[in-house]
Design a protein around this ligand. Structure first.
Ligand SMILES: CCCCCCCCCCC/C=C/C(=O)SCCNC(=O)CCNC(=O)[C@H](O)C(C)(C)COP(=O)(O)OP(=O)(O)OC[C@H]1O[C@@H](n2cnc3c(N)ncnc32)[C@H](O)[C@@H]1OP(=O)(O)O
Length: 364
């Protein structure tokens, strides 16, 4: 069927908008900008916004894309949007395929492998090609996996990473997918979601253990303050480069880190971005024990299997006794951190750091 000879109806347009939300494969920034521009042109007509400042790189790229459509009629923009989405259909279809060696697994989760045996539920981050960066889908899946683990018949729950990294933290492309409501709406929604995400760790009722198989960055480090034990390979490093990214601490680390390691040591990590080796993190109290990488998996899993044979009720009860005094405080800290971060995400410092990473001008 020759779509260009047809007029896309409002229904076709709405279907295409919904299809975009279902895309499993990131179509890339160029296509996303085109989609944004065509959507705006189809719904609002020619670009009617003031040109963003030169340092507001993301909004300027969006403005440029929209403005480049000139006086293209709304109907033509609608048709072009529908055609563009239709040309992306392979990435829609790919969502149901499981390709060996990719980040996808057929476990009911796209970004995790979740298994349960020997009394242990293991939640493994599974985007090794992206160093297990946590994209929006993974945030949601981790919450789902934690909620399920809190109710299943396992005794302890373990988080770990597939591949050479534990996790490189927040996926920085999370910042590029701007909804029609704009950056303010995105920041607000993310703050709500982040608060809910961290809340799942604060409230987790069973012993929660991190098996840190390699380097850990950002939120994957800060959350460790909410775990009950942290075992690390001697290959692991612990890095919270928030200031480099124009961002402030989360995961309750503004409260847990100074308590765990002293305010001065926490400042070096959270404000100045000092990267700790596994040995240093253990000396600071963030890590429970470090193992040589060659024997890490064997030694740690032997130990965890022994833990999982302990009487289950007393483990939960003892965790509750240890944690309950802090829970309310932790929720308050979480709320405040998310609130501060919401403002940070709108700052030039944060935008420029993300754009620099995505345009490969900088890494950690
Ligand atoms: C509930 C929903 C809530 C949504 C809320 C969204 C916002 C929540 C924000 C919470 C606050 C969190 C803060 C943080 O976590 S800050 C830390 C962010 N992480 C980083 O800055 C790390 C960036 N990555 C790097 O510097 C390097 O990639 C790294 C040193 C980790 C590894 O370098 P190396 O050279 O070994 O490998 P590559 O760079 O080639 O990486 C391989 C591919 O992986 C991609 N990658 C890696 N990390 C990330 C990342 N964090 N975000 C996006 N992409 C990442 C990298 O681009 C490579 O991809 P390609 O092969 O396609 O080029």
């Amino acid at each position: 069927m020759n779509r260009t000879a047809m007029r896309a109806s409002q229904k076709d347009f709405e279907n295409s908008i919904n299809q975009v939300k279902l895309l499993k494969k990131d179509p890339g920034n160029e296509v996303k900008l085109k989609l944004y521009a065509l959507y705006k042109q189809a719904t609002e007509g020619p670009c009617n916004m003031p040109k963003p400042g030169v340092f507001d790189l993301i909004n300027k790229a969006k403005w440029d894309a929209w403005n480049a459509l000139g006086s293209l009629p709304k109907e033509a923009a609608r048709q072009n949007y529908v055609d563009l989405v239709s040309s992306l259909s392979p990435s829609l279809e790919s969502s149901s395929q499981v390709e060996p060696g990719t980040d996808r697994k057929s476990t009911g989760f796209e970004t995790l492998v979740v298994t349960s045996e020997d009394g242990i539920t293991k939640i493994m981050f599974n985007r090794p090609k992206k160093k297990n960066a946590i994209n929006t889908e993974m945030y949601h899946e981790i919450m789902r996996a934690l909620k399920a683990a809190s109710k299943d018949d396992s005794i302890i729950t373990v988080l770990t990473g597939n591949g050479d990294y534990y996790s490189s933290g927040n996926d920085l492309t999370n910042f590029t997918d701007i909804p029609p409501g704009g950056v303010e709406e995105k920041a607000k929604n993310n703050a709500v979601l982040l608060r809910e995400f961290v809340g799942c760790f604060i409230d987790f009722p069973k012993p929660l253990i991190a098996v840190v198989n390699g380097p850990a960055v950002g939120i994957s480090v800060t959350l460790l303050g909410l775990f009950d034990a942290v075992y690390a390979s001697d290959r692991a490093t612990f890095h919270t480069p928030f200031s480099h990214l124009g961002q402030s601490p989360e995961g309750c680390s503004s409260y847990t880190f100074p308590k765990i390691m002293s305010p001065a040591k926490a400042t070096e990590m959270l404000i100045f971005g000092k990267k700790l080796t596994a040995g240093e993190a253990c000396a600071q109290g963030l890590v429970t024990e470090v193992f040589p990488d060659s024997t890490f998996q064997k030694e740690v899993w032997t130990r965890l299997k022994a833990f999982a044979k302990l009487p289950p009720n007393v483990l939960r009860i003892s965790k509750e006794v240890i944690r309950k005094r802090e829970r309310e405080k932790l929720h308050a800290v979480n709320a405040e951190e998310c609130n501060v971060l919401q403002g940070r995400w709108l700052s030039d410092e944060c935008t420029n750091a993300v754009v620099n990473f995505l345009s490969r001008k900088s890494k950690l």
